[in-house]
Design a protein around this ligand. Sequence first.
Ligand SMILES: [Zn+2]
Length: 421
Amino acid sequence: MGSRSLSFAGRTQLISSIIYGTVNFRMSTFMLPKGCVKKIESLCSRFLWSGGIDTHSKAKVSWATVCLPKNEGGLGPRSFSLWNTTLCLRLIWLLFSSCGSLWVAWQRHLHKLDMGSFWTAQPKSNDSWFWKSILKLRGLATKFISCHVGNGSKAWFWHDNWSPFGPLLSYLGEDGPRSTRIPLNARVSAACNRQGWTLASPRSDQAVALQVYLSSIDLPSLASEEDSFEWVIDGKVMGNFSSNKTWEALRPRDSEKDWAKLVWFKGSIPRHSFNMWITNLNRLPTLDRLVSWGFQVTTTCSLCSAAFETREHLFLHCAFTKIIWGLISNRLNMLLPYFSNWSALLNWAKVSLPSSPSTLRLLLSHALVYGVWRQRNNIIHNHVVVLPLTIFKDIDRQIINTITARRKMKKFRNLMQLWLH
Ligand SMILES: [Zn+2]
């Protein structure tokens, strides 16, 4: 089956599952070059909007918006670059946590991580590209990795995040080692003996606070357990690295969208939902928008030839569409609804009455928007004219099929009687 015959909804699914699955495998081992990630994202975007990667089709919605979760207005696939970063943070975490792994042992040996801290390792010109990109992620990783000090033999006094003040070098500043007389490359165990801590008398408020804290904890020189590292997200210690939770902490966020549940409701028809998503964002190439982009096109609605084509006109006010709304409201035994604007339609679809539950209203408004948009394109591109009644019959058939297929779902159970009564 050619991908072009896949619906938009099918393509979104495909991008998320197959393509991301393939790339994930590679991404969990390597940091992909930025240019490569960009290319993949642009291919995904092109595939989503045109059904192929060799044809150009204007993206109706930016890839950044597409990558938001559905309840924040997107479609839900993860942004590649950030997901790649997340998976590489996992590699950094392994350097700290799994001493038993051959890969970790090799990296630690290769980069002499027992002689100096990972946090201060300088990239060398003959280092692999992979290692250099891992080092670039340190600023981000330091937010997540904290150290639980045991005997102090592993933790670096100045570089690991083992106190409530964060890494002490940034807390006390470059002058810290000199003023405390603890060398820059000291482990925590080197800063104390069996009698207590060996820091020089504090000379600043910060240093006093540090010494107060140190006097309150168990002396590492008396402890027997090893130092250990923890993956911490927003102050919460994770048992182990979680790529999903780390992704959640890193990903771009947008406000929750009230309309999302009206577009992606349980049991909705995927291609209708997808079309509704674009329509709701007002990204359909309606004539008013084409003109605003500078296209020289006629602006008259092709369905009624009597008004300027906008989203509101096409789906709410057009005489052609109003006949379909009339047939629908007849069936629902209600008065013809009047929609002053797009949100009035959403508000109408949200309402649940015993005779017309919200699920039915949503199914109908989705199907109408889909059917009217298709017919509008049919006239413009193929010069095929059909009557509103034909569109209604098509909607009717789709509603019946959908309710039949979902009759076991609670919200669909009595919809058939209500629709056919
Ligand atoms: Zn019209």
